[in-house]
Ligand binder design. Structure first.
Ligand SMILES: [Zn+2]
Length: 389
């Protein structure tokens, strides 16, 4: 596979990047499969993810989100999740020369050895479980590797960071969900949950947990981001923070500008809705386009991709390079300039080397840490199943 030249990236960085297993733990491309009849095999000029651009960016594994709005609950939410899982699996079958479905760390390594990109799935929002552990088990058997406990809304068993708390963290059933996930070998994802739910998870989970797509609150004060204390607590339990690239989570300046113009924020949402109706894939991509137009008009600040590296560096400084990775939120959020799509990922490797990170630390951040986390979660599941059988 020829690697396109990116002149601003050093040869050493390019070489390191393309011999590393690069893992992105969160992308929303699944919405495009559902709403747009999107084909992962073709190179597109919009959005961020397809096979050609993942190849150019050296992606070794990507977790595609299975997501529906928190307002959709009950059997309809389950139906939508199953529809999305089927759509992801269909793309893997259609493009079996390039893609392979994976659920374990070894699956990802095997995919790499075979020259394929590993496709994994994460359920974004426990509301799609319909309050039923049997549904959770079904998702696991269909290949879902992690569950983000909530999306933006508090569910019937877990509080979200962007909604009113009603369970003081996790309900009793919520705690059962965590233990069942541990037993099944599914990774618990604390992105989106409230600070109290985060604490509850750390107390209850027998396996390390991660934030699949969250950034650092110390640099950008969004409740969706993790405070330094939270990152340290996650690290102490063997977990990871996977840095989200969304401009509203990485740039304080952007966040404040948006917050200072509430009318503008509402207008962006309404305008995306007006252009797209109920097509969620369109709405996600259109918001990105609208924000870029507003940046061009000087109404919102321009955010550069280097902000992502600032967050990686911050998390690594407070918790160690063993505790941080990449969770882009591609195709689901507004991307900074210079990180428009997966093909731009080698820039991160180059920037980390320039900051003085060792090759081995860079490889851990790119994906090695995630492989280790997966193995740790798999080992806990094995020991729990061993105890009950
Ligand atoms: Zn999310």
């Amino acid at each position: 596979m020829p690697i396109p030249s990116q002149p601003e990236i050093s040869e050493i960085a390019r070489d390191l990047h393309f011999r590393s297993i690069v893992i992105d733990t969160h992308a929303d491309t699944t919405q495009r499969l559902i709403y747009d009849g999107f084909d992962l095999g073709e190179r597109h000029t919009d959005g961020s993810i397809d096979i050609p651009r993942m190849r150019e960016g050296g992606v070794g594994a990507i977790f595609l989100a299975i997501w529906t709005l928190g307002t959709v609950t009950g059997p309809e939410a389950v139906r939508r999740a199953l529809e999305q899982i089927a759509a992801v699996r269909r793309q893997v079958t259609l493009h079996s020369d390039d893609l392979v479905l994976a659920t374990t760390a070894d699956d990802i390594r095997r995919a790499r050895a075979a020259g394929r990109i590993a496709i994994l799935m994460g359920l974004e929002g426990g509301h799609m479980m319909n309050h039923d552990l049997a549904v959770l088990r079904q998702y696991a058997s269909l290949g879902v590797s992690y569950v983000t406990l909530t999306h933006t809304r508090t569910t019937d068993w877990a509080d979200a960071s962007t909604d009113k708390p009603v369970h003081n963290g996790l309900s009793e059933f919520g705690k059962q969900v965590i233990v069942e996930m541990n037993r099944l070998g599914m990774i618990v994802d604390v992105s989106h949950v409230s600070d109290k739910a985060f604490q509850d998870v750390l107390e209850v989970s027998r396996a390390p947990v991660f934030a699949s797509h969250s950034s650092c609150r110390a640099l950008c004060n969004a409740t969706r981001n993790l405070s330094d204390e939270m990152i340290k607590a996650l690290a102490a339990k063997g977990g990871l923070v996977q840095i989200n690239f969304h401009v509203g989570f990485i740039s304080r300046q952007f966040r404040e500008a948006e917050k200072g113009q509430l009318e503008l924020a509402t207008w962006i949402e309404d305008e995306a809705k007006r252009r797209c109706g109920e097509n969620m894939a369109c709405r996600l991509l259109e918001s990105d386009r609208i924000v870029r137009t507003l940046v061009g008009e000087g109404k919102l600040p321009r955010v550069e991709w280097t902000e992502i590296v600032r967050h990686i560096d911050h998390a690594a400084k407070i918790a160690g390079a063993d505790r941080v990775g990449l969770g882009s939120d591609f195709d689901g959020a507004e991307m900074p300039y210079g990180m428009e799509d997966a093909s731009r990922l080698p820039r991160i490797t180059d920037a980390l080397l320039r900051l003085g990170y060792s090759e081995s630390d860079v490889q851990k951040i790119l994906g090695g840490n995630m492989l280790r986390l997966m193995q740790d979660v798999e080992a806990v599941a094995e020991s729990m199943r061993g105890n009950t059988e």
